[in-house]
Design a binder for this molecule. Structure first.
Ligand code: CAA
Length: 260
């Protein structure tokens, strides 16, 4: 599969997807979205692929936001009738059950920050800068930023960032819980791919289940979340990978996973 606006390659069991419009700081237009939807669908459908990494081409930006030039002259009725931005969440978040990591290599602004926050976690370069500057354009976040940023860093920082457009650097982002880890820019891709390979080597059903459980923490009450966790745990005990994992532990050898 080849694309015009993204690059996709398989590195063993890891799919590496690169936003590839560096001349526009990887701004996210409709063509990028369609490419990403197809690439994520292919990743999800391919049993040989167990984890994905999404990054941006060039050293300057992961993505500097939704494409302002595409939105500037678009009539309001079109945004509404097309339910503009809805397909990002429906395809990249809801239908992607396998884990994926955002490797943020520079600016992650507006839709870029929101796209990174759709990932299961973010590994950031020390040069990364996160922000929701939409207010400066007379609008507001539209791809989940007001919700996911607030859940990640809390009301005070999210509100300040949305109201002022202030960018948050990598160190502050790690301290605030927005990113899992910060690494030097030169090591970013290697670190993200290494982490993805580690996840890809885990029992695949358990990986999907762990992702589902952690995500449920943002959607439900503690009691319902703990119940869901217990039920998923119980379901996993019926898998061949559970039998193998526990036998391998007792026999002091690495497990070999079937995804069954
Ligand atoms: N959309 C379209 N083009 C963009 C873009 C965007 N979001 N961000 C950058 N570009 C383009 C610039 O227009 C420029 O193109 P030209 O060379 O053709 O003029 C090129 O990328 C390089 O950008 P700059 O010259 O501006 O680079 P800089 O180093 O001076 O500044 C920056 C970098 C601070 C990131 C600046 O580009 C910037 O502020 N970008 C816009 C950030 C923004 O407002 N993002 C939110 C968009 S709205 C949104 O995302 C809505 C939502 O919630 C989904």
């Amino acid at each position: 599969m080849s694309f015009e606006n993204i690059l996709v390659e398989q590195r063993g069991a890891v799919t590496l997807i690169t936003l590839n419009r560096p001349q526009a700081l990887n701004a996210l237009n409709s063509l990028v979205l369609e490419d990403l939807i197809a690439a994520f669908a292919a990743f999800e459908a391919d049993p040989s692929q167990r984890c994905a990494v999404l990054t941006g081409a060039g050293e300057k930006a992961f993505a500097a936001g939704a494409d302002i030039k595409e939105m500037a002259d678009k009539p309001a009725a079109d945004f509404y009738s097309q339910d503009f931005f809805s397909r990002w969440t429906s395809h990249l978040v809801k239908t992607t059950r396998k884990p994926w990591i955002a490797a943020v290599n520079g600016f992650a602004l507006g839709g870029g920050c929101e796209l990174a926050m759709m990932a299961d976690f973010i590994i950031a370069a020390d040069t990364a800068r996160f922000g929701q500057p939409e207010i400066k354009l007379g609008v507001a976040p539209g791809m989940g930023g007001s919700q996911r940023l607030t859940r990640a860093v809390g009301k005070a920082k999210a509100m300040e960032m949305c109201l002022t457009g202030r960018m948050m650097g990598a160190e502050e982002a790690e301290r605030s819980g927005l990113v899992a880890r910060v690494v030097p820019l030169a090591n970013l891709l290697d670190e993200a791919l290494k982490t993805a390979a580690e996840i890809a080597a885990m029992p695949p059903l358990a990986a999907i289940a762990n992702k589902e459980m952690v995500n449920a923490a943002f959607e439900t009450t503690l009691e319902q979340g703990v119940l869901l966790e217990r039920r998923i745990f119980q379901v996993l005990t019926a898998t061949e990978d559970k039998a193998e994992g526990m036998a391998a532990f007792i026999e002091k050898r690495p497990g070999v996973w079937q995804g069954k």
